[in-house]
Design a protein around this ligand. Structure first.
Ligand code: NAG
Length: 186
């Protein structure tokens, strides 16, 4: 086989970290956060699993996987209402949003400093598609502190969606929470 040298060369190029980073835009962690014990008034026992665990390390990211026409993401269930799990108003417009409207929060890299704010994205999953508006950042670069309600940093591939999005995708209520989806700019 004459071309073995060339094949080996290609193989090395493809596997070199530089190639992976520049071409496939591999998203590497930006750091780690060590979970602190939340004050007693935070994270009551029902919510314990959501809070950072004391001494556990959480990986942070300032990037998200590269955006394509069909970017894979994990869909989570979020509330954007006052008293919902965002606690504070959505970052894009400093407002609360009804969970009956299709709105989403997206991971830091995809939020991209707010460049997608109030733009729509198409989310496909469960054999259907829904158009939703980006209103917030699911911050993957910080967490486990008072500013973030002692919650872990977001994953770097999360679309946190209101009830309306889950309904629109036709996901049965008992399955709301986590779903593999694909999204694209609408
Ligand atoms: C996003 O979709 C909503 C609802 O369909 C629409 O009212 C709004 O104008 C759209 N926003 C943009 C930026 O296209």
């Amino acid at each position: 086989m004459k071309n073995i040298g060339f094949v080996a060369f290609l193989f090395l190029i493809l596997l070199s970290p530089h190639f992976l980073e520049s071409r496939l835009q591999i998203c590497k962690p930006s750091g780690k956060i060590k979970g602190k014990k939340p004050p007693p008034d935070h994270c009551n026992e029902d919510e314990d699993l959501l809070c950072c665990i004391e001494g556990k390390y959480y990986t942070t990211y300032k990037c998200s996987p590269a955006v394509s026409k069909r970017t894979k993401a994990i869909l989570n269930l979020n509330s954007f209402e006052k008293g919902g799990d965002g606690y504070s108003p959505s970052k894009c417009d400093n407002k609360y949003h009804s969970d009956d409207t299709p709105v989403v929060t997206i991971s830091t890299g995809w939020y991209n400093g707010g460049s997608r704010c109030l733009n729509n994205v198409t989310i496909s999953g469960n054999g259907r598609s829904v158009i939703a508006m980006v209103v917030d950042e699911c911050d993957s670069s910080v967490g486990c502190d008072a500013d973030n309600d002692y919650l872990p940093p977001c994953g770097n591939n999360i679309v946190g969606a209101s009830k309306a999005v889950w309904k629109g995708l036709g996901v049965p209520l008992e399955d709301w929470g986590e779903l593999d989806v694909e999204w694209t700019d609408a």
